[in-house]
Design a protein around this ligand. Structure first.
Ligand SMILES: C[S@@+](CC[C@H](N)C(=O)[O-])C[C@H]1O[C@@H](n2cnc3c(N)ncnc32)[C@H](O)[C@@H]1O
Length: 284
């Protein structure tokens, strides 16, 4: 019998999985298709154990009994995929350095203000990679400018890590050039902590992309929204791209992940031809 069958001792059953996927979809818009039971089991078993429970099914019973509590939130957080790395995919950061920022800086010489958003920032590597691009290549040009990088995510736990800015040896080995490690990080026991100058450049906040974004959200010149739309259904992707259009400066640039596109979702966007960078602007 399959691990999902009614007889498999301890494993999540169909109704329990349905409960979890509805909860996760309601709170985050993340779609857990049938067949992802193994994922729910693997992600939620540690949480069940921390709660003193021996099965994910018992966690579901508690969730039903407690109605809306912190446990619901922790379940949703546990079901988010937080995979990220410094300078992930490289090409978007090369495009930022070589094409996008030089053009935007030229256009903003009067206002001397830049806003960059790492939406779905996870543990912060993307936002700090952007900060390093600014520090490495534009420090002189941007001296005295009002420059801010905002990182947001649904998951409060990863945001806490992002704010702390401490990374293991394994994490800094993934994508971060050694010269940048030496220049921008300091040793903190077994970890590496991003230096305060760059840490202060980035502000991390909670924001659920699937909800209506706060009216107070600033207008951004660059939005990195990478490797998150893939988890949503088509109507949610459309609603989010509609909100991006209202939050992106008319000449701003949106970066999506390598497996993501605006094609057949939102015709107001057009692809900017920068090799392998997945960047889009809004049609005039
Ligand atoms: C795979 S990570 C991508 C991190 C980074 N952008 C990158 O490309 O390396 C996806 C992130 O999206 C976040 N996420 C998922 N659903 C979300 C939602 N509805 N609103 C905001 N963030 C969400 C997850 O918590 C996770 O940290």
């Amino acid at each position: 019998m399959s691990a999902l069958g009614a007889g498999a001792a301890g494993a999540i059953d169909v109704a329990e999985f349905r409960f979890i996927s509805e909860l996760v979809r309601d709170r985050s818009a993340i779609v857990l298709e049938p067949g992802k039971e193994y994922l729910a089991e693997a992600r939620l078993m540690p949480l069940a154990r921390r709660e003193g429970l021996s099965r994910v099914g018992d966690l579901v019973t508690r969730l039903k009994r407690e109605k809306d509590g912190p446990l619901h939130r922790r379940v949703v957080e546990a079901m988010t995929t937080n995979e990220t790395s410094f300078f992930r995919d490289q090409a978007p950061f090369a495009a930022l350095r070589e094409v996008v920022l030089p053009a935007l800086i030229e256009k903003r010489r009067q206002r001397r203000r830049l806003r960059i958003w790492s939406a779905a920032a996870s543990t912060g590597q993307e936002a700090y990679s952007i900060a390093m691009v600014l520090a490495e290549s534009f420090a002189r040009e941007l001296a005295g400018w009002d420059v801010r990088i905002i990182g947001t995510d649904l998951n409060a736990e990863v945001l806490e890590r992002a704010r702390e800015g401490s990374y293991s040896q394994l994490e800094v080995n993934r994508g971060l050039p050694a010269a940048m490690l030496v220049k921008y990080f300091e040793r903190a026991g077994m970890s590496w902590r991003i230096g305060s100058a760059l840490r202060e450049r980035v502000e991390f906040r909670e924001l659920n992309l699937a909800e209506r974004w706060p009216a107070s959200l600033e207008l951004f010149d660059v939005i990195f929204m990478r490797n998150v739309l893939i988890y949503f259904d088509i109507p949610t992707k459309r609603t989010i791209l509609g909100q991006v259009r209202r939050t992106l400066a008319p000449d701003g640039v949106l970066f999506l992940g390598a497996a993501e596109t605006t094609l057949q979702l939102d015709d107001h966007f057009e692809r900017i031809k920068v090799e392998r960078a997945g960047c889009y602007g809004v049609r005039p």
